[in-house]
Design a protein around this ligand. Structure first.
Ligand code: ZN
Length: 380
């Protein structure tokens, strides 16, 4: 039961989120740019046609599509219904810079989350949690798209939300960057829960035998706004204007001394500006993470974390504690919440008994009881 990520089987979804379909969406975005003066920037006909294209695709798949207007432009939103206890926001900015068509930045992320949304619908996946796909406008200019959205969220939505960002996931001279949710490799402090998002990605890539590198959030305008709102953030990024190091080239291939994306924000950011290898790998990883957070309830995740904590305790005879938590998780997964609450109360009693007998320190017992009580409260 260590690590819930391993228990979500995303292979069926990944099998139908194909590189070919994602490239098809990118080809459409390129054609739109070609027909609209070479770009798809906020406030232009190229952006509006891009928004229409994504909206038509979603509508045809059976989504209700919402337009969120701000300034003179709009974000596009489509949702899968689920519990309000967890709101999984999956975002990619759809606008390009005015100097180019933006097919990698960010046609790549836009196309990937579009195909994930379409295929989750096609597979009739019944999401446990509410999933909100958003295509942002205004990212390359003001960040007002993300700002408007976060300001429009209710307090309870903000408390339930996490944000997955997919921006530039097909960079030709790529590095497999995963956002550093636990701040182990960067100074940016992220909202609690961000470490969980990073762990889901790292577990996935480890299972695929693919190396990754941590990155902070500095090159992405969408993320600081969510972070300031206290919403856990994470995501993938294949690189932009930074120069590939020799260390990176040794691990990921490509050319040291060149930018990760030599066409970043330039007219040459076209359909041809891509690494098919990383686009394929990252779109699969994105599908996995979206599915993981769609299907894992907050209660299951807290229980799984508590099970890991108990397993990590260096104390004698903790089998009874572990067995109770395993039974509680089984009950939750079977939808038997009353049984789960009773088992968790028995767990708390056993923790208190171990505290009295000296088998657990006060600090250990306090932490276990507090977490178990949070889970009981969220079940009742
Ligand atoms: Zn971007």
């Amino acid at each position: 039961m260590l690590g819930r990520a391993a228990e979500i089987d995303s292979s069926a979804l990944r099998a139908v989120v194909t590189l070919q379909a994602i490239r098809g969406h990118q080809a459409e975005l390129q054609a739109i740019a070609n027909a609209n003066g070479g770009n798809r920037a906020e406030g232009t006909s190229g952006f509006n046609a891009s928004l229409d294209y994504v909206a038509d695709q979603l509508f045809a798949a059976g989504y209700a599509v919402t337009i969120e207007s701000f300034d003179t432009t709009a974000n596009l939103i489509a949702e899968l219904p689920g519990s309000d206890d967890r709101l999984v926001i999956v975002g990619a900015h759809l606008d390009s810079v005015s100097s180019g068509p933006g097919i990698q930045d960010n046609g790549s992320g836009s196309a990937a989350i579009l195909e994930i949304a379409l295929q989750m619908k096609a597979l009739n996946i019944e999401s446990v949690n509410r999933v909100r796909f958003v295509w942002w406008s205004g990212e390359e200019t003001s960040s007002h798209g993300v700002l408007s959205h976060v300001l429009n969220m209710s307090m309870s939505e903000r408390e339930a939300a996490l944000y997955l960002n997919f921006d530039m996931i097909g960079s030709p001279n790529f590095v497999r960057f995963v956002y550093d949710g636990d701040s182990s490799d960067s100074v940016t402090v992220n909202p609690a829960g961000s470490e969980k998002i990073e762990a889901v990605f790292l577990d996935y890539f480890a299972g695929q035998g693919l190396a990754t590198k941590a990155t902070d959030f500095s090159e992405h305008q969408a993320l600081p706004i969510f972070r300031i709102a206290g919403i856990p953030v994470g995501g993938l990024f294949a690189g932009a204007f930074a120069i590939k190091t020799t260390d990176e080239a040794a691990i990921f291939g490509g050319t040291a001394g060149d930018q990760h994306d030599p066409c970043h924000h330039l007219a040459c950011d076209t359909f041809a500006n891509v690494s098919l290898e990383v686009l394929d790998q990252f779109s699969d990883a994105a599908a996995h993470a979206v599915l993981y957070f769609a299907l894992t309830s907050i209660v299951e995740e807290r229980l799984a974390d508590l099970i890991s904590t108990v397993r990590g305790l260096v104390i004698p005879s903790k089998d009874g504690l572990s067995a109770k938590l395993d039974a509680a998780l089984t009950a939750v997964e079977a939808g038997n919440e009353r049984a789960a609450m009773n088992i968790l109360r028995a767990f708390i009693n056993q923790v208190e008994a171990k505290r009295r007998s000296g088998g657990l320190s006060n600090a250990e017992a306090d932490a276990l009881v507090a977490t178990a009580q949070i889970i009981i409260d969220s079940l009742s």
